[in-house]
Design a protein around this ligand. Structure first.
Ligand code: PAF
Length: 281
């Protein structure tokens, strides 16, 4: 497995490959889990080479403490990838190397979807995501890039990013990977106690319940009931439960049969912020 920290060395290596390969890209912030490995597996099937980036992007954190506490274990990540498949290239640049100067966000207009949910609760977050992915996409020019649907809003934002910037990379959304109890895999789960991990199946339970009731009850009823259920669970602090249309990500109360909807949750347990979502129709 090749590991690069410098963009020029990575590009030289790729240019030396004959014939020039079809490139798959799996951007990550490390603390790799089965969700990341499944994205990598999909990329390995679709492409000649797969670049996995490991980079905790400072500009997408609106909270310094959250950035400091973000789990990091590069050695373990490299071991996981090494055992998993030797055709992977790992790219783990420093912030200075990737940003080539000031580590700061550009500002983006993603036609409003950046202001919903995560955008509303984490100001500047999607500017940071847009900035770091523009840097990666411009440097690596991947044919395909893979993202999990757990960060569904992020996935929609990235599709908008390549559209707005007229980039050639095809954005591939992949299904959410869950623990046996329904908890969505996330790097942040590494910060949870065993008890909290068990208790966090509650998030999926609420989402499943929303799905089961969709079409039977209206969206505002489901929303109220879900918020009530969180109020009764002392382990959680709910940030939002929202039913939104999948294109605009605007909260809805009335459903139109021709449109697609998802339920979204952000909640804290043991001061760890977890997000999850489910397709309702
Ligand atoms: O989803 C993530 O881990 C990050 O937001 C990403 C896409 C790697 C950008 O830093």
């Amino acid at each position: 497995m090749h590991v690069f920290t410098k963009t020029t060395y990575l590009l030289n290596h790729i240019e030396g490959l004959k014939p020039f390969p079809k490139i798959g890209f799996v951007p990550t912030m490390g603390a790799l889990h089965k969700g990341h490995l499944s994205l990598t597996e999909t990329s390995l099937i679709d492409n000649d080479i797969t670049i996995v980036s490991i980079f905790v992007n400072p500009t997408q954190f609106n909270n310094v403490e959250d950035l400091e506490k973000y789990p990091r274990d590069l050695q373990k990540d490299l071991e996981l990838l090494e055992n998993f498949n030797n055709k992977i290239i790992v790219f783990c640049p420093s912030p200075k190397e990737l940003y080539q100067g000031t580590v700061a966000s550009q500002q983006f207009n993603f036609e409003g979807i950046e202001n919903e949910m995560e955008g509303a609760f984490r100001p500047g977050h999607f500017d940071g995501v847009g900035t770091v992915l523009s840097l990666f996409f411009n440097a690596i020019t991947p044919n395909n890039a893979y993202f999990g649907e757990k960060d569904f809003q992020q996935l929609q934002i990235i599709k908008k990013l390549v559209e707005i910037k007229k980039m050639k990379t095809n954005i591939v959304g992949c299904p959410i990977f869950r623990e046996a109890n329904g908890l969505a895999f996330s790097s942040r789960n590494a910060r949870l106690s065993i008890e909290a991990k068990k208790a966090s199946s509650f998030i999926y339970h609420i989402l499943k319940n929303a799905k089961d009731n969709f079409g039977i009850k209206n969206a505002s009823e489901i929303t109220e009931e879900s918020i009530e259920a969180f109020k009764k669970n002392p382990l959680f602090e709910l940030e939002y439960f929202i039913i939104a249309e999948t294109k605009t990500l605007k909260t809805v109360n009335e459903i139109q049969p021709s449109k697609k909807y998802r339920a979204f949750i952000a909640a804290f347990i043991e001061e760890v912020r977890l997000i999850d979502n489910i397709a309702l129709n």
